[in-house]
Design a protein around this ligand. Sequence first.
Ligand code: AMP
Length: 115
Amino acid sequence: MADCLFCRIAAGEIPSQKVYEDDQVLAFRDIAPQAPVHVIVIPKKHVMSSMNDYDARQGEVIAAVFSAIRKIAESEGIAESGYRIVNNCGDDAAQTVKHLHFHLLGGKFLGENIC
Ligand code: AMP
């Protein structure tokens, strides 16, 4: 989508600090990191604006995203120490970019409270 920030990053129109890429998935460092490791993981194609758009047809791309997250946790050195995966969906979750994405957070003790 032309007006979608993460589509534009996926297309290389807006620069990003890429940490992982395969045919379906792109991951890059968050511009305003909230942890020592804060990576945004997206399907390259705008298959969903949020998890509200999910149905079983997107199962393959979601599996690809989570396979990528597992690899990135390893390459970022947080697989053993632990990490958090966050998906913000909609207004109450303060979702600002309407292109499905997951936050991968780690590199410190993240606390016991999820929110
Ligand atoms: P959300 O609130 O879940 O929609 O998260 C959107 C995330 O995108 C926020 O954590 C922003 O800091 C991050 N973000 C916004 N613009 C960029 C950008 N150009 N490059 C990397 N991350 C970005």
